[in-house]
Design a protein around this ligand. Structure first.
Ligand code: FES
Length: 100
């Protein structure tokens, strides 16, 4: 089994009921995930994307985390994702969008 170099978690606001109800989902997390998947393929990055429940940083959403680096990002949109992936290609954080 191949283990990818990066695992990117994108908050999709899932609650215990299974319903996505929170801010990240309302602010477009599903389409951002699709964009992220496409960019990863285009760039040939060795990464997988997973959708998560609330990451508990709702006031900074939409939010995502990049592992194994443990880079936490908020306020993501397509442009921010481009910047984050540009930095990731150099194995660095996109400092301006880190939230913790
Ligand atoms: S709903 Fe995304 S961090 Fe809470």
């Amino acid at each position: 089994m191949h283990k990818p170099k990066y695992h990117i978690l994108v908050c999709n606001s899932f609650r215990m009921s299974g319903e996505p109800q929170g801010i990240c989902n309302k602010k477009g997390a599903p389409s951002l995930m699709q964009y992220l998947e496409e960019e990863i393929l285009d760039r040939g990055l060795d990464a997988i994307v997973s959708s998560t429940g609330c990451l508990k940083v709702c006031d900074r959403g939409p939010a995502m985390v990049v592992y194994p680096h443990n880079f936490w990002y908020g306020g993501i949109n397509e442009s921010v994702i481009d910047t984050i992936l540009d930095a990731l290609e150099n194995d660095e954080p996109a400092e301006e969008y880190l939230i913790c």
